[in-house]
Design a protein around this ligand. Structure first.
Ligand code: PHE
Length: 344
């Protein structure tokens, strides 16, 4: 089913790179979602990613109670590309600007506040410019703080205590968000195993006293909580069968390969906190500061409330069910026959 309002694919005139801007929904308000700049074997993989990720942003906004819909930009970098990033970012800015405010972008995998300045030379529809430039700055600290609030709530429900120092975690992915989550967990006294495909992240593991393992060993580590903080699609029927953790919660987008995989986790007795709830800290902070003029403290208090959202949901039914029902209600959609959201 094609449920997107519009998907624009353009060869950037300056960069020659494929630029995809997907607007899933503006029913609740302006569509928001980050600009991902990543290597894709084929540009069509980037198109698929934009389609999936923008639909997930609609759920994320609805679950966070924001008056926004979902969108996403993907700059599909071909393997072996050695060109500059600025021309591609300006190309993305031009496409975004042509949508006349239907969609506003922000940072995502492969982009940060400086890149928002570059996009911002072509459009005003940009969140998270550096603080010195009048923006709300990097969104990753807020996304990480929201994730840790979610982990506390999850531990409270699953293990009867939100005390992180009593728990072990496997953090898969030490990028801007995952690296900060791991650091916060280490500061809270948790036991940690960590992994990243990028060997250079090993230095962070050493600095925070975490055990560095391979991504495969991280996924199947015998820990209390697995924290997916890398790319999506981690949870499949095969990977769920191999899990040795007791709960899963992390900031990676689109963790399930298909909605039905949540049920497989449930049957294995593994509590899963839905990623659109866990990962909403960045958009809560950015829209709070930039649109609602909240102070830094007030915005971070809203980010911390992600824990309450999860805890309240869990006392009634599984968080996956709550997330789905609330997203559907906010989107004014009727559940499908299987009771599953059909996209994202
Ligand atoms: N990449 C994040 C997201 O997609 C952060 C973001 C912040 C995006 C602000 C847009 C605006 O959720």
């Amino acid at each position: 089913m094609f449920s997107h309002e519009q998907v624009v694919v353009r060869r950037g005139p300056e960069s020659g790179l494929p630029i995809v801007v997907a607007v899933h929904s503006t029913a609740a308000g302006q569509a928001i979602g980050g600009c991902r700049m990543a290597v894709y074997p084929d540009w069509r993989d980037g198109l698929d990613d934009a389609i999936r990720l923008s639909a997930a942003m609609t759920d994320k906004c609805a679950l966070a109670g924001l008056p926004n819909g979902g969108g996403k930009t993907v700059i599909a970098v071909p393997p072996g590309f050695t060109g500059d990033r600025e021309p591609a970012l300006r190309d993305a800015g031009v496409v975004i600007d042509e949508l006349n405010g239907a969609y506003a972008t922000g940072p995502d995998v492969g982009t940060g506040p400086d890149d928002m300045m570059t996009i911002g030379t072509r459009t005003r529809w940009v969140f998270c410019r550096p603080v010195e430039a009048g923006g709300s700055g990097d969104s990753s600290p807020a996304t990480a703080a929201g994730t840790v609030a979610a982990l506390r709530a999850l531990c409270e429900v699953r293990f009867g205590s939100g005390d992180l120092s009593r728990r072990s975690f496997a953090v898969l992915g030490l990028g801007r968000v995952g690296g900060t989550v791991a650091t916060l967990l280490a500061e809270a006294g948790a036991r940690l195993v960590v992994a990243d495909v990028d060997e250079s992240r090993r230095a962070l593991a050493e600095a925070i006293g975490a055990r560095w393992v391979s991504p495969d060993d991280c996924r199947t580590a015998a820990v209390d909580v697995l924290v997916p903080a890398a790319m999506g699609g981690l949870l499949t029927p095969a990977s769920v069968a191999a899990l040795r953790c007791r709960a899963v919660a992390g900031p990676a987008n689109n963790q399930l390969d298909a909605p039905g995989t949540a049920e497989l986790l449930h049957r294995r007795g593994i509590l899963w906190a839905p990623d659109p709830v866990v990962s909403a800290g960045g958009i809560i902070h950015a829209t709070g500061v930039e649109l609602r003029q909240l102070s830094e403290e007030a915005a971070m208090a809203e980010v911390a409330a992600i824990g309450d959202t999860l805890a309240a949901a869990e006392t009634r039914v599984s968080p996956a069910t709550i997330a789905r029902d609330r997203a559907e209600a906010a989107r004014g959609q009727v559940p499908t026959a299987q009771g599953q959201v059909s996209e994202g």
